[in-house]
Design a protein around this ligand. Structure first.
Ligand SMILES: O=C(OP(=O)(O)O)[C@H](O)COP(=O)(O)O
Length: 247
């Protein structure tokens, strides 16, 4: 699994969610470095999963090019999209912390079940997200989020994990999943049985792949194993946590 490389909205420290931000040059380099780390670990895949968002799809494509596996089937689903950030979409995280306080921003970013305020129809990014043709088939309008907590994100991601991905793993398929900070936090929480409280402290860095081996009950045999330098991973995780500090 890996979170996509740095996007232009990550670079500007904006709440992004379902906005279709693009990879920066640094993000593309992170994706290529992730591919190199995957190649060094000698991992091979039978199929790939990603979201409907370009930053995750482009990251996956770059990884597959580097590892020479562009020919594997790639499945895309809105259920792997980033958590919908509601009314916060497009706001700068540090400015929001200055305005509402760091504690409030931490609750919006990392609490399990408190969603940010909803995205209303007059929101600057409502049209380009809610009317985006890539969602013309699904999600159904009743399922289309206006905002999501981690809990709500898990409620639409986990059925995809259980019904689509797990059957492939049970058949012995080796999978790569390129997705997002919070859609992956939901899957990690499930696989490692992390409590609602402890998941607050998990911050996934961009472009750093991690590996799971699962037992026959589809539970993680051991915690996630990042490929790459543990100190660099730790520092990158701390930097993600700091995004919500007022400057
Ligand atoms: O779109 C986002 O995630 P992504 O960059 O993984 O797609 C969010 O803005 C991540 O923000 P957060 O780390 O404050 O939850």
């Amino acid at each position: 699994m890996l979170r996509h490389g740095q996007s232009d909205w990550n670079e500007k420290n904006l709440f992004c969610g379902w906005y279709d931000a693009q990879l920066t040059e640094k993000g593309r380099k992170e994706a290529c470095a992730a591919g190199k780390a995957i190649m060094d670990a000698n991992l091979k895949f039978d199929m790939a999963y990603t979201s409907m968002l370009t930053r995750a799809q482009d990251t996956l494509q770059l990884v597959l090019e580097v590892i020479g596996q562009e020919d594997i089937p790639v499945h895309k689903s809105w259920r792997l999209n980033e958590r919908h950030y509601g009314g916060l979409t497009g706001l700068n995280k540090a400015d929001t912390a200055k305005k509402f306080g760091e504690e409030k921003v931490k609750i919006w970013r990392r609490s399990f079940d408190t969603p940010p305020p909803p995205m209303e129809k007059d929101h600057k990014y409502y049209e380009c997200i809610a009317k985006d043709p890539r969602y013309c088939d699904e999600p159904k309008s009743s399922e289309f989020p206006k905002t999501e907590s981690l809990k709500l994100t898990i409620e639409r991601t986990l059925p995809y994990w259980n019904d689509i991905i797990v059957p492939q793993i049970r058949q012995g398929k080796r999978l790569i999943i390129a997705a997002h900070g919070n859609s992956l936090r939901g899957i990690v929480k499930h696989l490692q049985n992390i409590s609602d409280k402890d998941i607050m402290n998990l911050n996934l860095p961009t472009g750093m792949p991690f590996v799971y081996e699962l037992d026959s009950c589809m539970e993680a045999v051991s915690p996630m194993k990042f490929l790459g330098d543990p100190e660099a991973v730790k520092k990158a995780m701390e930097d993600v946590a700091k995004e919500g500090k007022a400057k």
